[in-house]
Design a protein around this ligand. Sequence first.
Ligand code: FE2
Length: 177
Amino acid sequence: MSNECNSSKNAFGPAFFEEHLSVVAEYATELGKAFGADLEIIQLAAWLHDISAVQDFAALPRHPALGAEITRKLLQEKDYPSERIERVAKCIASHSTPVQIGNGPLEEVYVSNADAMSQIVKPAYWFYYVFQVRQFSFAEGWDWLRQRVESNWAALIPPAKEIIENEYRLVRETLVL
Ligand SMILES: [Fe+2]
């Protein structure tokens, strides 16, 4: 993913690797370790979850399903066990809103929650995203950021909220929510 992120095709910019993918991998792993889940599935899904949109920004609206497809092919080429490929692919397909405990396998819960957490704890990157990548106006971008922070926070599972409580408080103050 490091190569993919550095490609000129990646509209999210090279910082996406450090500021988003590695953050998702870190939080998903932290949750997975604390509550018992398959860390290899979690890490593969975390690093690959946005691959479709990184390769082609126009795919953004459908990137969870398309990313699951790309990942299936990628892991099949590596002879990864098919039952495990399916688990990784499902994590990617369901990552765009936080899956609640009981509504899916733990790996899906943690990857999707970590994705939402990353949008709360890395405001500098998401400012760059709205104003540089998306080219939103000031008011639109501000609104997008506020809504993202609030809707992500509201949807997080309690242990995810606990991990980023301080960061949430700080970003809330910054965005004058
Ligand atoms: Fe993501």
